[in-house]
Design a protein around this ligand. Sequence first.
Ligand code: DC
Length: 235
Amino acid sequence: MEKKRKGFIVAVDGYSSTGKSTVSKLLAARLGFTYIDTGAMYRVVTLKALREGVIHDGVVDEERLGSLLPALKIGFLYNEGKKRYESYLDGELVEDMIRGMEVSDKVSLIAALPVVRKVLVEKQREMAKEGAVIMDGRDIGSVVFPDADVKFFLTASSEVRAERRYRELLAKGETVTFDEVRANVEKRDYIDEHRAVSPLRKVPDAVEIDNGNLTIDEEVREMAAIIMRKYESRD
Ligand code: DC
């Protein structure tokens, strides 16, 4: 069993707000795998960049940001009371801050920088060395783990995704309009697909799941069955 688990990797890539993290967390809990949210890592770096004032008029001072990255500590801890994983920046709990519009608005800009991707991809490979993991992101099956045991690519229309995100933000008490949220989702799609380094794309060996018409339960069951088939057939 232990041998089977070690280094077993499930990659979950796809557009923003396709519910990657929701299904990945549920799958991890159901299968006893470790969940790693790589989007949160890009968000933590973005928060740091905003705090350090390295973004000016949509342009990032890459050299300064690059010099801050080696010492930056990104952590995740599971909060039993809130039943969620929470992100930490240099030991400070920043989970709510990294999900707000300010960070969401700038994160694609930061995630497009080679200096940032290099450091975070190294961290991600390091984090997946031990047990079985489910990692969600944009480039997990294409760049971070091209040999992942199972790869998924999640899609849904931008309308459906904006609606989900809008409800999430309203529930958190943010004052946004649906049109602003949809514009943010579409802008992020464009930047994620067109950036020079590790653009978002479906790799040929990924299983595409369009979840616009699936309940979460149906989606999790379908994905868990695919993972378990692969897991059971592993030496
Ligand atoms: O999944 P998310 O919305 O939290 O991701 C935030 C941003 O980070 C998104 O614009 C794409 C980027 N990202 C990335 O480029 N590579 C990853 N592996 C994960 C996220």
